[in-house]
Design a protein around this ligand. Structure first.
Ligand code: PLP
Length: 391
């Protein structure tokens, strides 16, 4: 498709149409594809043609989704996976060899942390961590065997940002790959490839689906690296289903609209919570009080849909506050049209030691809100009335 703007690409990236000439892309539920003759089968297996072979390799729905996300992220190629974690594992594993080192930001999704810390060492792959506040010294953490720098921005759940351009310059200087999990921002708010990232990971389960229905993951980026990832995925089999690809691709048609409204609602809530007497601080990249407000302006279109605040009280008060919610759901997910509240210290980050949580800024009173698409005043009102149960 000739160069079009984000919203148009998100809707018009559709080159699959059957003989029925349907307007909306159908779901291609077929585990394999047929060939006119033996020669066509041979040519397909030898990659002399682009024919679909088997849905573990690809399928028209996966192909459409991948093409779309590549256009939106500015990537050369991509692979779709059954979940975000399948994307993390199946992207990193084939790019690493025994003896390699991963330098990761400490503030990453818990399962990614466990993968690096518990499972990669079995294969001789080590990981060390830097804190967001140590970004300027990142060069000093690089080892001769560092192969990948891995990060998320904004981070979860403390909503800090990493300077993508700076880290990418350091990575390039040392010929290290930069892998960015972009699921909090989505390509609508931030395109890390513009700043020099090599591979972008998505949990499509979050904003790309946007309605809490299906799991999915994607890796997009440099063609040569994606080729390695694709060949591993083809063999190991963490493929996305055609149905999930269809759902996620349809959802992406409204991504821009949704992210604008998520951001608008989150800014409204964050602004109105700032002076609340029971809150120590509100953390939202769209607020001028956020320590990295200027970095947010540089690398993100808006502040996004996730905010956090720390209560003056601790663990018990945070739990009471959660129990006081009447509309907002208590759930560990995010990026949904429904607003969601999470208490990281007792849920997503409960496996960390109190010292590790402290180092990451995850206080006992920290609450994370994935601000949904309900009316902004209704969301705010539910958050405010929940304080009555803390008293
Ligand atoms: N990356 C981030 C930043 C996440 O928040 C999550 C899930 O919450 C994942 C990856 C894993 O995605 P999935 O649950 O689709 O496997």
């Amino acid at each position: 498709m000739e160069k079009k703007n984000f919203e148009t690409l998100a809707i018009r990236t559709q080159d699959t149409r059957s003989d029925f000439k349907e307007h909306s892309v159908p779901i291609y539920l077929s585990s394999s594809f047929v060939f006119d003759n033996a020669e066509a089968l041979r040519a397909a297996f030898n990659e002399e043609t682009d024919d679909f072979i088997y849905s573990r390799y690809s399928n028209p729905n996966l192909d459409e989704l991948v093409q779309k996300v590549c256009l939106l992220e500015g990537a050369e190629d991509g692979v779709a996976f059954s979940s975000g974690m399948a994307a993390v594992f199946s992207s990193l594993f084939p790019l690493l060899n025994q003896g390699d080192h991963v330098l990761s930001c400490a503030s990453i999704f818990g399962a990614s942390h466990t993968l690096f810390t518990k499972y990669f060492p079995k294969y001789g792959i080590s990981t060390s961590y830097f804190q967001v506040g140590e970004t300027k010294q990142i060069e000093s953490f690089i080892r001769p065997n560092t192969k990948i720098i891995y990060l998320e921005s904004p981070t979860n759940p403390t909503i800090e940002l990493l300077d993508l351009e700076y880290i990418s310059e350091i990575a390039k200087k040392h010929q290290i790959l930069l892998v960015v999990d972009n699921c909090f921002a989505t390509p609508y708010l931030q395109q890390p490839i513009q700043f020099g990232a090599d591979i972008i990971i998505h949990s499509a389960t979050k904003y790309l689906d946007g309605q809490g229905r299906v799991l999915g993951g994607l890796a997009v980026g440099r063609k040569d690296l994606i080729r390695e990832i694709y060949l591993f995925a083809r063999i190991s089999g963490p493929s996305m289903s055609a149905f999930n690809a269809w759902v996620i691709s349809k959802s992406i048609e409204t991504l821009a609209l949704r992210m604008d409204r998520h951001s608008q609602n989150a800014l409204h809530v964050a602004t109105n919570l700032q002076d609340h007497p029971a809150i120590v601080k509100v953390i939202y990249p769209g607020l001028e009080s956020h320590p990295q407000f200027h970095l947010a302006k540089k690398q993100m279109k808006t502040g996004g849909g996730i905010l956090a605040f720390s209560l003056k009280g601790g663990y018990e008060e945070a739990q009471k506050w959660m129990d006081g919610l009447k509309m907002i759901c208590i759930s560990p997910n995010l990026g949904d049209s429904r607003s969601i509240a999470t208490h990281p210290a007792s849920s997503t980050h409960c496996k960390l030691t109190p010292e590790d949580r402290q180092a990451l800024g995850i206080t006992d009173g920290l609450i994370r809100i994935s601000v949904g698409l309900e009316n902004e005043n209704d969301i705010l009102e539910d958050i405010l009335q929940a304080f009555n149960s803390v008293k």
